[in-house]
Design a protein around this ligand. Structure first.
Ligand code: THU
Length: 130
């Protein structure tokens, strides 16, 4: 299955009871493994989690840490960009030149690098005290 189809299938399982805005994400690591996630909302709204966060958690659980490619798809015609928090989560595990593909539900695609999604990202190196 392609990464796009994997993201689409993840979106089908989204728990978007409150926003009705289903999101699916799929990523491929440098080893070739694929992980997917969907948004999981909660009656306590801030406790909901994004699709990207789910895919990243699955990747880390499996012992992988290097995102090579990531796809996000929602229900909207316009491709949906990752939220600010997800940009930071993606930047933790993806090099600046990694491509994030945003898909619209009717096929529109936008491609952006991690560096363009989060310029000046706060990274592990900033914790060095230097
Ligand atoms: N959402 C994601 O899953 N990923 C994003 O990057 C943007 C927003 C979800 C969170 C919430 O469940 C719904 O979309 C509406 O904000």
């Amino acid at each position: 299955m392609s990464l796009i189809d994997t993201a689409r299938a993840a979106r089908d399982n989204a728990y978007a009871r409150y926003s009705k805005f289903r999101v699916g994400a799929a990523l491929r690591t440098s080893s070739g493994a694929v992980f997917a996630g969907c948004n999981v909302e909660n009656a306590a709204y801030p406790e909901g989690t994004c699709a990207e966060a789910g895919a990243i958690a699955a990747m880390v659980l499996a012992g992988e840490r290097d995102i090579a490619e990531l796809v996000v798809i929602a229900d909207s015609v316009a491709p949906v960009p990752p939220c600010g928090g997800c940009r930071q989560k993606i930047a933790e595990f993806a090099k600046p030149d990694v491509t994030v593909t945003m898909l619209g539900c009717e096929g529109a695609q936008v491609h952006m690098s991690v560096a363009d999604l989060l310029p000046g990202a706060f990274r592990a190196g900033h914790l060095g005290g230097g």
